[in-house]
Write a protein that binds this ligand. Sequence first.
Ligand code: M1P
Length: 235
Amino acid sequence: MNYVFDIDGTLTPSRLPINKDFEKFFLDWMTNKDVYFVTGSDKDKTIEQIGDKVWLKATKSYQSCGNAIYQNGTLIKQKDFELTTPLKNLLDEFLLWSEWEERYPQNIEQRIGLINFSTIGRECPQEAREKYGEWDKQTQERNTFCQIIQEKFPELEATVGGQISIDIYPKGQNKAQVLDDIIGPVTFFGDKCQPGGNDYPLVERLNKLNEENNLSATIYEVKNYEETWDILKRK
Ligand code: M1P
């Protein structure tokens, strides 16, 4: 069995370190299993959150929604995507339109094969991050921005990832692409599995493969790492 895990909201709270007891349990649980990570985040942030022992123990880690693939700590494959001027102009317009007032640096982050955008800015403190996350649930700002990006740039895809940001990449270069690389049955754990979420393309493809009897896939849509932990205790 191939076990595929999202990180933020699934193995850790968004952008926070893994719970120490869960880390211990998970390190042990991973032994002799094929474990893969698939996240919108980059390698450094992921290691900061789950630690290098867990990260290195995975069979592979798909960063930037699968646009950067790491094995044994080495980048073995990448797909590039650079920020264009028209997209940058639209993201700058979002920053002017947004009614969210508290701003911090790093609204646009270039990653391998992916642009991460946040109105509040990636350098926001935890308290402001929580507040923005709640405000976004009410206003659906991130979903609106994703829809506008896709209307204006049909060649791109934009999805909601963690708590404050959106991931933007060329159409089709979403988390579902990891299934081109992973052979055999899959058990997937993610928290953003509904349309608009960055786990959705992968879940959609797994469901399709199941329907066509081409693969046996199990999908767990979890609310937090505690739920993931509970499920893993039974596996
Ligand atoms: O996996 C999607 C995103 O998860 C986190 O998002 P946020 O900062 O919005 O909570 C981050 O790890 C982000 O980098 C990543 O793209």
